[in-house]
Design a protein around this ligand. Structure first.
Ligand code: UTP
Length: 310
């Protein structure tokens, strides 16, 4: 087993096609869709920075130039706001990438998440690193990455983020077979299946878009053949590491906090409403409007069966 070492680099894959959100994502990357007043990707970058991962590689693709523009300086706009003494707006403008050192790499063909991660191999080198999916939003109050880094520091190997989902939802996710460790929120991952049907799923633990990975993953990904959907699946490589990993175990941190898949229209709506509701500045007005909206539409709201809006 390799000795765990401190994680300083993060990879943010953001090259997916975003077909679930068409037509919005025809010309606008799904990561740039606003969640309240900032693009979804900004929450992800802020999460990485607050976990101490300021050295970031973003894997992008065609039509994703606005991601780079968003994290670049906008001198013209800054000057206009400075001249008008609009200091609040100016600080919101300049805070988009505060503390982050972001590098960009094009994936080329979008051959799957595993392929996007493999493209980061030479940037990452020989040390463990984090992966944060660009469309997966974890509430800033839930310090998932810090907990994963702490588990990695003790056990080495790789660490996945897991979340319990209703069995009928598991077909949307990678699913982990697990064994207990004695710690309430840490499990040993013994096997993985990508998007299993509910009756064949080994558990109801879904894999979320946060990973701490040993660089062994690159060796495995190089020989991983296209799997489900004809794509190189990160789950397939992680499965091999669970079953026969030469460089340490795969653990899972069971996350019970707030998380949204902003690439899914229903989950995106939930993210916008919940985060707007909780905002100190916008929240009071939004809450009273939403309360009134729900009251006045109550007779028309059908009984809720599960959370899905899809
Ligand atoms: P998704 O499963 O959400 O796929 O990717 P997608 O293509 O982005 O979106 P849909 O399903 O068509 O709506 C999970 C993560 O992997 C990245 C995505 O950007 C997202 O963060 N990804 C996926 C890549 O970077 N490259 C790929 O080739 C595929």
């Amino acid at each position: 087993m390799t000795r765990p070492c401190r994680i300083t680099k993060a990879v943010i894959p953001a090259a997916g096609l975003g077909t679930r959100f068409l037509p919005a994502t025809k010309a606008v990357p799904k990561e740039m869709l606003p969640v309240v007043d900032r693009p979804a990707i900004q929450y992800v970058v802020e999460e990485a920075v607050s976990a101490g991962l300021s050295d970031i590689l973003m894997v992008t693709g065609r039509n994703k130039g606005s991601l780079e523009d968003h994290f670049d300086r906008s001198y013209e706009l800054e000057n206009v706001l400075r001249t008008k003494e609009e200091h609040g707006k100016l600080s919101r403008l300049t805070s988009s990438a505060a503390g982050a050192d972001i590098h960009y790499l094009r994936q080329g063909d979008a051959q799957g998440l595993g392929h996007a991660v493999l493209r980061a191999a030479s940037y990452i080198g020989e040390n463990p690193f984090a992966v944060l999916l660009g469309d997966d939003l974890i509430d800033a109050r839930d310090t998932l990455l810090a907990r994963m880094a702490e588990v990695h520091a003790r056990h080495g190997g790789s660490v996945l983020a897991l979340m319990e989902v209703p069995r009928e939802q598991i077909f949307r996710y990678g699913c982990a077979a697990v064994a207990g460790t004695g710690e309430h929120d840490v499990v040993r991952v013994t096997d993985l299946v990508e998007k299993p049907s509910p009756d064949l799923a080994p558990s109801t633990y879904a894999v979320l878009g946060r990973y701490v990975l040993d660089p062994e993953v690159f060796t495995v990904l190089r020989r991983t053949l296209p799997g489900r959907g004809g794509e190189i699946q990160l789950t397939d490589a992680l499965r091999e590491m669970c079953l026969a990993g030469a460089r340490g175990p795969v653990h899972g941190v069971v996350f019970a906090g707030r998380r949204y898949d902003t690439g899914d229209p229903g989950d995106y709506l939930r993210a916008v409403v919940q985060l707007a509701w909780e905002r100190e500045d916008l929240g009071p007005g939004f809450r009273s409007w939403l309360g009134e909206f729900v009251r006045s539409n109550a007779p028309r709201v059908p009984a809720v069966q599960g959370a899905g809006l899809e």
